[in-house]
Write a protein that binds this ligand. Sequence first.
Ligand SMILES: [Zn+2]
Length: 228
Amino acid sequence: MNFVKSKKLESMGGVVHGFSNREVGTDASLIEKYSKLPRIAQLKQIHSANVVVLDDIENHDDLREGDSIITSLKDVGIGIRTADCVPILIVDRDKSIVAAVHAGWRGTLSEIAIKTINTIKSEYGIDSSLLTSVIGPSISSCCYVVGEDVAALFKERFSNCDQYLFESGESKYVLDLGIANKIALEKAGVADIEIVDICTKCNANFYSYRREGKGVSTQLSFIALSST
Ligand SMILES: [Zn+2]
């Protein structure tokens, strides 16, 4: 079974993770078996900025609404489904929490990455300087063109959006969601950040909403603290 791996997370120990492609998709049972995790908890993703803290796996039914999930439970996977949107996996230096975030343009606009980091601080008392974040395969600036409407929302909200939003022809803009989320993580105090340089639209091994349209399937990105 083939997963894209983060170099930083692979070298860490104490944590299991992977970014699936279309070969694996979102078949959690396959991933659970492969990664020897009894369960990968997911969310009903709604392109929100809602952060869910998972502290009881027995009472989690995968239907809690949100787009970011954090847990300190060992051997419990948490997963986020995407097809072009940005998956972000997070772990702290002491391997006491992990988080998985879904950041499309709406989540990025509402700073879901920053809300996740702030929740890690408020719920677990972990400072952002102790966190490692990995921005997984997503649609890159080579392919992500948005209209004036979306661009205007970013321009209104972020004075520094010229670092990731570029004009590209009449009423068209290139939006680099990976860089936008990297900047958000840095703003929240995270210094240790890896970007996996794979564009899901360019690379046919991944599901891509922009390439395949409505009804496209998704890939699952997952992370877990391991007790062994
Ligand atoms: Zn591309």
